[in-house]
Design a protein around this ligand. Structure first.
Ligand code: FAD
Length: 379
């Protein structure tokens, strides 16, 4: 009996499992492995920090994939052997005819000394309840939203957070000055200068200071040290740099300290029957950047991988290819969002435009979550 093993039950892994189940006959077994027992959307973290909703409200048990005919195994992937299409999960060896590796990106909050002690981490799901409490009790002052290193999932998230913080403090009557610091030379380099100007003028219109070329070195109480300067803060919210999960490096799927390289169009890793997708794969764009780490891309890649696996099991040449189109919603406050959409793998540079802000883009963001949770988990 044919067996497909999916490592990772995040955006890409779940989308791959659901799509494979649609395409493969019922006698093909599909197993999905994750150390967590649940799934939620990344943007819930911003909502949870701001007290707009909770992570729990958007959390779904991975086990409910079993109703579709996908076996779910909770455990830690300790090793991957691409040559034999197998993995070790909590010490037990699982073998497969096709292997899909979708383990995401691993946050590195310790990369900047002092961050854990003196900052709030937007990307730390379990820490968000305490972080939201700190924010709620913030009496006012200087708020620093700091990109601690790159890359990180959802490049618009810190800018969106800054815009929503302005609205948050305004609503509460709290006097706060909000600044965003980034090690990069512009807000969203992959989008190019014209689109960055749109985002940056939006920040300016909301009286948010944007400070590019600020590479953090360390944080102490009340001050952050950058390579060439320092800035004082009363509240610091950081977005940590992310790394490729160590187990990918140990397996040889990624070189030491690098991200997994897979064919940008087929997501094949070079080992027959082994695919990698989502945040752990670095796909270069024509302007010398990398495809942003985003759920929408992981999902699209998962559909390509599923179609290629299904074709090869049916004895047909795989035709599906990844095109690099995608979208994301950047909330600006006031019940509206911008829509960033386009072809990120276009030549000679990504062909991306920013629409809005408009209320319908915010509604589309909510629908983006609602529709996936309904299809994948039954509501
Ligand atoms: C604040 C925020 C806002 C965001 N907003 C958007 C948005 O608006 N639109 C969008 O498209 N994307 C958004 N994202 C990004 C999106 O969440 C990620 O890009 C997406 O989840 C990546 O999917 P993935 O499958 O590659 O990885 P993940 O979804 O991270 O899944 C990886 C899974 O692998 C598991 N895992 C890792 N290592 C192991 C191991 N050794 N053993 C067992 N399990 C393991 C993890 O538990 C995890 O469940 C946002 C992210 C954040 C943080």
């Amino acid at each position: 009996m044919t067996h497909i093993l999916i490592l990772g039950g995040g955006f890409g892994g779940v989308a791959a499992g659901v799509e494979l189940r649609k395409l493969l006959p019922a006698d093909h077994r599909i197993t999905l492995v994750d150390r967590r027992d649940h799934f939620h959307f990344g943007f819930r973290k911003t909502w949870a920090l701001l007290g707009e909703s909770t992570l729990a409200a958007g959390q779904r048990p991975l086990k409910s994939l079993e109703r579709l005919g996908i076996a779910v195994r909770q455990g830690n992937v300790d090793a991957i052997d691409p040559k034999t299409r197998s993995a070790s999960v909590d010490g037990a060896r699982l073998e497969a005819d096709a292997l899909v590796v979708a383990l995401g990106a691993q946050s590195d909050p310790d990369g900047i000394p002092g961050f854990r002690e003196y900052g709030l981490d937007l990307y730390d799901g379990p820490g968000l309840v305490a972080a939201a409490e700190r924010l709620r009790n913030f009496p006012g002052g200087r708020v620093a939203v700091v990109i601690l290193g790159i890359p990180f999932p959802c490049p618009p998230a810190p800018f969106e957070l800054a815009l929503l913080l302005r609205e948050y403090f305004g609503r509460k009557g709290v006097q706060a000055v909000v600044d965003v610091y980034s090690p990069q030379s512009m807000s969203l380099p992959v989008l190019g200068q014209t689109n960055c100007a749109i985002v940056e003028s939006r920040l300016e219109a909301s009286e948010i200071g944007f400070h590019p070329n600020h590479t953090p070195v360390s944080i102490e109480p009340g001050a952050i040290h950058f390579k060439t300067t320092r800035a004082a803060f009363d509240l610091l919210i950081g977005v940590p740099a992310h790394r490729c999960p160590g187990v990918a490096g140990a397996s040889g799927l990624a070189a030491a300290g690098e991200w997994v390289k897979a064919d940008p169009r087929t997501l094949e890793t070079g080992q027959p029957g082994v695919y990698a997708l989502g945040d752990m794969v670095a796909i270069p764009t024509a302007n010398g950047k990398r495809l942003p780490q985003a759920g929408v891309f992981a999902e699209a890649q998962a559909k390509v991988v599923a179609a290629r696996i299904a074709a090869s099991f049916a004895g047909k040449p795989p035709q599906a290819t990844y095109e690099g189109t995608g979208f994301c919603f950047l909330e600006v406050g006031g019940g509206a969002a911008m829509l960033v959409q386009g072809d990120f793998l276009a030549e000679p540079e990504p062909a991306v435009q920013i629409l809005g802000p408009a209320p319908e883009h915010l509604q589309a963001k909510h629908e983006f979550e609602r529709s996936r949770l309904a299809e994948w988990f039954g509501g």
